[in-house]
Design a protein around this ligand. Structure first.
Ligand code: BG6
Length: 513
């Protein structure tokens, strides 16, 4: 038998999965996400032979263009952004099934045309196909798109089979609790929850999924995973990039909406949730919701606040001078938007009562790194108390989500020699060293899972509301206290001093990843 040399993730997938004949329609087809991520993801799925044999791609956008132009743009985006170079033989097969529909998002007629297109594909093929609608537009048009998918009869196709319609909704999912609830209601009028796939692309990252495996497929961690042994947990999602050309969007969003409410909270939920009863999507999502609901309301105000917000000023990144946030394109010179947030959270349940969870995320920080660090309590100091002979650190288990994917355990060890002297050492598992570095991108996994109908790595409606419930009161407070409490940090640093103080209060310190 021929040896399968592909990445283990792909070997595993192709043994167990297969999507039915599918038409993916991407709304926002001339947008950045489609170009940079979605089309390359589809192409890479084709390279790995994971697309169904009958696969069709329809780009939908306001700008009129012939099919041929969209095909050209798609092939350019593969050449530019795909992790693997363009193989024309593979692309040709997708290209001949690629079409473009133009129309407004609030124009029912255009959606009826889209419906006619999908039906003509079915007719030509002589069998049913499932429709996956991928909404990657700005959020202002989510609602008309969803309503028109419903009004054109597209949501209820093949309802009782595995070819039922699916809708994938990009972030941001609302801007506060009320708007998220409203969007859930709009979706609920047209779709059943099992048809809805809310994206948080962090869940598609290979190492985020590995977190579940490391936690629950190893017996050595579970006995320690609680308030008796854990001193604190630190989750860092740091970027060295600034807002770039997205100043307009970011001004309305800020770090809390852009990164904390979604990506960072998801990492927290997976780290702290109870073991699910199975690997079934609902079982995992039930546990995440329970965890999110157990987080104590944030304290914010003038004294003893659990939250620090800050904005970057000019500084150096990799030796290059970069402008401050207020000088960025599309940003108001008097902007009150935070580009950094640090949070101290407490989870009120049996497992975690009294263990602080520290979260931080920011742009223009010292380097790009996402990691989860579980810091364990120190042993009794009867044998080795800290002095010049014993340099001791807390045992820490760190999951490096990106960029150097892997995990590390920090231990204290004896320095060889006749005296007993100690030093912290690291046990390191590196993904690329063990499995090679050609790991699939998050969007490949997510597009495939939506086609297959597996919602595990997507956010359920109640989950997004639970997370907004925590964050929204904070935004309301900030809206009433615009300038108060806004700190600054120099680009290329690890954030403002106030974020360090947030931990000092409990005798803790941020890690320097
Ligand atoms: C997006 C945010 O959701 O995630 C961006 O809107 C951020 O501001 C990006 O840069 C980070 O994603 P990744 O995968 O590069 O860590």
């Amino acid at each position: 038998m021929a040896q399968d040399n592909r990445h283990p993730f792909l070997q595993g997938l192709s043994k167990h999965r297969g999507a039915p004949p599918t038409v993916i329609t991407i709304f926002g087809a001339s947008g950045d996400l489609c170009k940079r991520k979605l089309v390359p993801a589809i192409y890479n799925l084709a390279v790995d032979n994971l697309l169904p044999a009958d696969f069709y791609l329809i780009g939908y956008g306001r700008k009129p263009m012939p099919d041929a132009t969209f095909r050209e743009l798609a092939s350019e985006s593969i050449s530019k952004f795909s992790r693997r170079s363009l193989n024309t033989e593979i692309w040709d097969r997708i290209e001949q099934n690629t079409y473009y529909c133009s129309g407004g998002y609030d124009e029912l007629e255009a959606f009826k045309n889209l419906s006619a297109k999908i039906e003509s594909i079915e007719k030509e093929l002589g069998r049913d196909v499932q429709s996956v609608f991928y909404i990657s537009t700005p959020p202002s048009v989510f609602e008309p798109i969803i309503e028109n998918i419903g009004a054109a009869g597209l949501a209820i196709r093949h309802q009782d089979s595995d070819k039922h319609t699916k809708v994938v909704v990009e972030k941001p999912f609302g801007k506060d609790l009320e708007s998220a609830r409203h969007l859930n209601r709009v979706i609920g009028h047209v779709f059943q929850e099992r048809q809805v796939y809310r994206i948080d692309h962090y869940l598609g990252k290979e190492t985020v999924q590995d977190l579940l495996v490391q936690r629950f497929a190893n017996s050595i961690f579970e006995p320690l995973w609680n308030r008796q042994y854990v001193e604190c947990v630190q989750i860092t999602v740091a970027e060295s990039l600034g807002v770039g050309t997205r100043g307009g969007y970011y001004e309305q969003s800020g770090a809390t909406r852009d990164m904390i409410q979604n990506h960072t909270m998801q990492l927290l939920a997976l780290t702290a949730m109870e073991p699910p009863v199975s690997l079934d999507a609902e079982a995992i999502r039930d546990e995440k919701v329970k965890l999110l609901k157990a987080i104590k309301p944030l304290r914010f105000g003038y004294e003893n606040s659990d939250v620090i917000r800050a904005q970057y000023t000019e500084g150096l990144i990799d030796g290059e001078k970069v402008p401050g946030y207020k000088q960025e394109e599309g940003v108001s010179p008097s902007s009150e938007t935070e580009t950094f947030g640090a949070f101290r959270l407490n989870i009120s349940n049996w497992r975690w009562e009294g263990v602080p969870f520290y979260l931080r995320s920011g742009k223009r920080m010292a380097r790009r790194v996402t990691e989860i660090a579980i810091q364990f309590k120190r042993p009794p100091s009867t044998l080795f108390s800290e002095n010049e002979m014993f340099n001791l650190e807390s045992n820490t288990l760190t999951f490096q989500i990106q960029p150097d994917e892997g995990s590390t355990v920090l231990l204290n060890a004896k320095i060889p020699g006749l005296q007993t002297r100690t030093q912290p050492v690291k046990m390191h598992f590196k993904y690329s060293a063990t499995f090679g570095s050609n790991t699939p991108e998050a969007y490949e996994r997510l597009v495939l899972d939506a086609m297959i109908g597996d919602g595990t790595l997507f956010i359920r409606g109640d989950e997004t509301e639970a997370s907004w419930s925590l964050i929204t009161p904070l935004h309301e407070f900030w809206a009433s206290e615009k300038e108060r409490g806004m700190e600054n940090y120099v680009s290329g640093s690890w954030g403002p001093l106030a974020a360090d103080r947030l931990l000092w209060d409990n005798g803790h310190e941020w890690r320097r990843p």
